[in-house]
Design a binder for this molecule. Sequence first.
Ligand code: ZN
Length: 220
Amino acid sequence: MKKAIILLSGGLDSVVAMGFPQNEYKIEMALTFNYGQKAVENEIKAAANICEFYGVPHKVIELDWLRDISHTSLVSSKKDIPISNLGTVESAKAVWIPNRNGLFLNIAAAFADSFDYDYILYGGNKEEGETFPDNTEEFRGQISKVFETSTLNKPKVIAPLINYTKNDIVKIAQENNMPINLIWSCYNSGKYHCGVCESCCHLKNALKVNHIEARIKFEK
Ligand SMILES: [Zn+2]
């Protein structure tokens, strides 16, 4: 059995990538990043609960400097997270963190190189790929190629959900009894998902399509 490491924010996509049915590899480490995002406490708690559920060791990586160079509403206390009424390009810009997936995958590749993990998993998917360039199959293939020369053990980057939309992803979670009630997908902090940010709106819609709205509580 091959060994894998996963980027786990604790949101829908990374959680379903973690629980995705397969028998090729065993996930031996999950990484969650603290870059000062507003939802960081909820994300770390969600990721820790998911790791406990699946029996996977969990590590939080602190990236203070990334917070300092990120100016968008995902991090900045001076800007509110926009409510979901923007076009996709504007939405992406409003919550963009510089080179986030490129950076996180490189950190995971350092772990892979050191502990000989064969695969690096992340939650890249079709829907986010339409908004964020670091969620596309092109990006996945290219960064995987880079690791063939930047590491000794040449880990492959896998995005199990790359061809799936949010509706499909919720369906996969449901069909495989994943603990969807434990996730945190909201860009904001708070007791419950805000229900109005871009991420919440996509999630809410996908839950509705799959007739499981009640699995997650929203403020609005
Ligand atoms: Zn939200």
